[in-house]
Write a protein of this length. Structure first.
Lengths: 356, 293
């Protein structure tokens, strides 16, 4: 069927002939969408069966069935595969969104009562488990987390990017081994990283519980993420671009520093952010390295320091109503911090032309 | 004249060797009959090339006279691109690559231990098959990039940029947007930008590996014009699949051919007009007349 242009060409909406549907297709699609939902609704309000069970046992199979049958009526055999795949993918997507949404929503709902001005800016001195929410806060833990993550980053980012360069650009003799070690490192359980730092530098009295110890433990966890992502990104820099630089009379170091790294800049920022996201919520290694504190401690080399994950851990288990609310508030702050971090990366790595 | 040069001369100029007569160079004829008779700039002696254990190219003896254009022609996959990459030491980056023989640049073997490959690449520039401007840099930065990368001091960046872009016949098209990203240019413009970029470091030799294979006829014609002009001041070696292009731009031609299962060799080399009009070897005749390849 072609579209006849009886009206002046500039007065009509640009047509899309491929978007046309038969009437029967429209009806079939409507049945496939509405029928399972209606059945689900009726069963939900008339029986005692819990909603999630209904969705899994009744709605999902029914949806697959109706989609399969209606598309068979519509397009024959070919339609069945298409429709089952669509239903499967949309359902999986819906499940993930529902899970993520319920996590976010419950954190927001339970964290909001604690979100007072003082909560972000005050520390935990003189606060007992039953103190009202208008006093005290997680300012000290927020600063502590920033400090520990910063220390981890200044150690893990240069090391991670350097090992990625070693693997992709220098292609040294040990490249395969380095790669293997990086992969093995990414499997290290976080508490083992904490235990290692605890045994290596705290028990040996190099430093006590402190931000630097926590930063080192975090760095062990962050390094493989940064290194692997950076390696992927550096591989994306086209060989032609490297060739061009070499053919212009560039030393290997200058090819890397002036051409490869700038070309991969946005990808490398992503590598750093993924590394930070990997560690920022880790609690176990900090329990063994930074311990916990109620005061604000900005000296990275001595004395315990509070961090948000440890604060949450401490308060969630206390059993007092206000303390639990504080823990949820801290969880909300952590969630917001990660969100801001990701938004910032997206902004910094707006896909400028030519960048990897 | 070395043994090898004699051998290549004997394959290309059988008639003259036999009569013992050398055709004198007339004033109008800037390019002598034999590449060896000109002021040789770059020369390969018994060059063999391997990848791993596999011999790709066998015994190539070629001379590239100063300020002339030499075309390397031959069927796909016969190793022309591999060969040209040995001329500025780009070949050694390929894992498993190996090389025997000598490549003499102004009489100096570029593979000598005391030669710094970086110096060689500054003097022997290269333009690749696929335009490859640096994507994060502007047009102007691209032209100057070679000077930065090779750590060459310079004054008057604007003048250099203008001069190089003019020689690459790109200036008029980009003079109002020198700070635009190089990726905003069309394919043909990008390739001319790559030529301008190579010119900025003042190479004495320019290697071109099928520089027009990805371009439309208009861009190809402009680049051919550029090649002709550049050959007044530098030695150019160009790999091309386009027979007509070889005839249009080159003074000398070398025909590479790999017989089935055997490594590639130079079947015939000499003045372009002779290779195309009066080929000595029947295989050359078949190839240039489009009977195979």
């Amino acid at each position: 069927m072609t579209i006849t242009l009886d009206k002046p060409i500039n007065s009509i909406k640009p047509p899309k002939p491929w978007a046309k549907r038969n009437k029967s297709t429209v009806v079939n699609n409507a049945i496939a969408v509405i029928l399972p939902t209606v059945v689900l609704g009726i069963l939900f309000f008339t029986t005692e069966i819990p909603g999630p069970v209904l969705v899994v046992v009744v709605f999902f199979p029914l949806q697959l069935l109706t989609a399969g049958v209606t598309s068979f009526m519509d397009k024959g055999k070919r339609g069945i595969g298409d429709s089952l795949l669509s239903v499967g993918c949309v359902s999986a997507f819906g499940l993930v969104v529902a899970l993520l949404g319920s996590v976010v929503l419950s954190v927001i709902a339970r964290g909001l009562p604690a979100m007072k001005f003082n909560f972000l800016f005050q520390n935990n001195i003189y606060i007992s488990p039953t103190t009202e929410l208008t006093y005290g806060g997680i300012g000290h833990a927020l600063l502590g987390t920033l400090l520990v993550v910063f220390i981890a980053s200044i150690i893990a980012v240069p090391l991670g990017i350097a090992s990625a360069i070693y693997i992709t650009d220098i292609k040294g003799r040990a490249a395969g081994f380095v790669r293997f070690m990086v992969q093995a490192m990414s499997g290290v359980p976080s508490i083992v990283a904490g235990l290692f730092i605890f045994a290596a530098i705290i028990l040996t009295d190099v430093v006590g519980f402190s931000a630097i110890a926590g930063g080192l433990a975090y760095a062990i966890l962050m390094l493989p993420t940064v290194a692997r992502t950076a390696e992927e990104v550096l591989r994306l820099v086209p060989k032609e671009v490297r060739d061009a630089a070499v053919a212009l009379g560039s030393s290997r170091a200058r090819v890397t520093m002036r051409i490869v790294l700038p070309t991969a800049k946005t990808g490398l920022i992503t590598a750093v952010v993924l590394g930070v996201a990997r560690i920022i919520g880790e609690t176990a290694p900090l329990l063994l390295t930074t311990s916990n504190a109620n005061n604000t401690n900005l000296n990275p080399f001595r004395d315990p320091v509070s961090t948000i994950p440890v604060y949450i851990f401490q308060y969630l288990g206390s059993g007092y109503q206000t303390s639990i609310q504080r823990a949820w508030g801290a969880a909300l702050v952590l969630l917001l911090a990660v969100t801001i971090l990701f938004a910032l990366t997206r902004y910094l790595s707006r896909n400028k032309k030519g960048n990897v | 004249m070395t043994m090898d040069a004699t051998r290549i001369a004997s394959t290309t100029n059988v008639d003259m060797e036999a009569t013992g007569v050398r055709v004198p160079n007339t004033p109008q004829d800037a390019h002598p009959r034999n590449p060896e008779d000109a002021n040789v700039h770059l020369e390969t002696k018994d060059v063999h090339i391997w990848f791993g254990q596999r011999l790709i190219i066998e015994k190539v003896n070629l001379s590239f006279p100063e300020n002339s254009v030499t075309a390397l022609i031959g069927p796909s996959g016969c190793g022309k691109s591999t060969f040209i990459r040995t001329l500025n030491r780009m070949h050694e980056f390929i894992p498993g690559a190996a090389l025997a023989g000598q490549i003499l640049y102004d009489g100096q073997d570029i593979y000598d231990a005391q030669v710094d490959p970086v110096d060689i690449r500054v003097q022997i520039g290269m333009v690749f098959q696929k335009p490859n401007p640096f994507p994060t840099m502007s047009i102007k930065e691209n032209v100057l990039s070679g000077l930065h990368l090779a750590q060459i001091k310079y004054e008057n960046p604007d003048e250099i940029v203008r001069n190089c872009l003019e020689r690459a016949s790109l200036w008029t098209e980009v003079k109002d947007r020198l700070n635009a990203s190089a990726s905003s240019l069309s394919g043909g413009q990008q390739q001319r930008l790559c030529i301008a970029r190579s010119l900025a470091v003042n190479p004495k030799v320019l290697l071109m590996d099928e520089p027009c294979s990805a371009l439309d006829p208009g861009s190809t014609r402009r680049i051919e014009g550029t090649i002709k002009e550049l050959s007044q001041e530098m030695t150019i070696v160009i790999v091309t699949h386009n027979m007509a292009q070889a005839q249009r731009v080159s003074d000398y031609t070398a025909f590479f051919l790999a017989e089935e299962g055997a490594p590639a060799q130079v079947v015939e080399s000499g003045r372009t007009d002779e290779i195309f009009m009066r080929p000595k070897d029947p295989r050359t005749n078949d190839y240039v007349n489009g009977l195979f390849g």
